[in-house]
Design a protein around this ligand. Structure first.
Ligand code: ASC
Length: 151
């Protein structure tokens, strides 16, 4: 019994430590998956941006809830950047995602770190703190778009 408990606890611990992974039948499924992820991130990130830019009144609880969602969602879409899914149309990834993969991965990591910081900052309940963290996170979106996304 003791060893079963240990085995379950060990497995649970290993699972918690694993980064999110996803599996796709076809390249198109990976494209759909990553687009869905970014669509959701944009919806929740945009809600925070509207507050940061004064387009909607500051609501500390809503900001914190949205920032937490963004930080969680930020872990997902990069699994969808599978080989052979670059494009040339607006919004699609350039081939440089795969030829300069280390830089792309570093950008993804930075985005994940800054959105995690945004989630923490949003909990402080202070608009100025939120604005600063939002700006840093938005900068990581823009950096990758400038380098890796077709205009
Ligand atoms: C957003 C959004 C993005 C980023 C980017 C930041 O709200 O949808 O793609 O911020 O515009 O520069």
């Amino acid at each position: 019994m003791k060893s079963l408990v240990l085995a379950v606890a060990t497995t649970a611990g290993l699972l918690a430590a694993l980064p999110a992974t996803a599996q796709f039948q076809k390249p198109e499924d990976a494209v759909k998956y990553r687009k869905a992820g970014f669509t959701m991130i944009a919806a929740h990130f945009g809600r925070i941006g509207a507050m940061a830019q004064g387009r909607v009144p500051y609501d500390a609880a809503a900001a914190a809830a949205n920032a937490e969602i963004v930080a969680d969602l930020a872990k997902l879409p990069f699994a969808g950047f599978v080989e052979g899914t670059s494009g040339t149309e607006k919004g699609s990834p350039k081939a440089s995602v795969w030829t300069d993969r280390a830089k792309f991965d570093a950008g993804a990591k930075k985005f994940q770190e800054e959105t995690a910081k945004l989630a923490t900052a949003a909990k402080a309940g202070n608009l100025e703190t939120l604005k600063t963290a939002f700006g840093s996170a938005a900068g990581t979106c823009k950096a990758c778009h400038d380098d890796f996304r077709n205009q």
